[in-house]
Write a protein that binds this ligand. Sequence first.
Ligand code: NAG
Ligand code: NAG
Length: 265
Amino acid sequence: MSALDVWLSRSIPMCLLLQSLVLMALCFPPASMCPKGCSCLRTDAHLHLHGLNVTCSRSRLKEIPRDLPAETVLLRLDHNHISAIPERAFAGLRLLRELNLSGNALETLGEGAFAGLEGALQLLDLSHNRISSVHKDAFSRLNARIVVEDNPWHCDCALQQALGGMAAHNHEATSTRVLCRSSELRDQDGQPYMAVDADLCNLAKRTTDYAMLVTMFGWFAMVISYVVYYVRQNQEDARRHLEYLKSLPSKPKRPDDPEDITTVV
Ligand SMILES: *[C@@H]1O[C@H](CO)[C@@H](O)[C@H](O)[C@H]1NC(C)=O
Ligand SMILES: *[C@@H]1O[C@H](CO)[C@@H](O)[C@H](O)[C@H]1NC(C)=O
């Protein structure tokens, strides 16, 4: 056997093996694929975080990837163009510990935006977005520290309820960082939320009560004026009727009136 024969006999099976491996990799992707625009790494064992570190920062994402691996423990979606969080968008990520949504275009947070993250989530970064309003239950049952800086918050009843629904230590930490871009109370614009010591929910209730009162008063005034008008009109009619009656020539009584006859009888 020549040296060439030996080389060929060894390299051909090797080539075939490599080729089949490549084909297998192409045809059978691993069970948890990494979403487009993201990188997925196993977390270091020494971090006590067992799962995937998924980084999708600065990937021009317009929405949250749908195919996030279930083993994700760290998820960075910062500096994208995400403008909304669909209901239950993260519901499959039971192990998620940190979620970074900083530097996106979020405007509002719905009731179920973070549903499913109640158990594990410890850190939620929502800073540098355009969030002005949140559903009153958006943060309920979350135990995470929530970063809220640099959002144009509208301080209203729903926000008060959302912050009030958080665990006490988080409530304090989060509330101090909410700056009211606008507020139910006009003179509170630009104030930190914590400085607004009014009960914004009762305020709203009082406003509706007041509106109700004004409306009722309006109706009442209309009814009264109608009644007055009606009575006046009737008086006028009655007076005219009387005058008309008076103006009629009075009938002279005749002795042969049946009534008189009966009285005589
Ligand atoms: C996660 O991955 C990113 C980049 O892919 C890296 O910068 C970061 O340090 C990683 N974090 C951890 C906790 O492994
Ligand atoms: C989220 O990402 C931003 C931008 O990369 C970073 O500055 C920030 O520290 C991260 N947030 C947390 C809580 O780690």
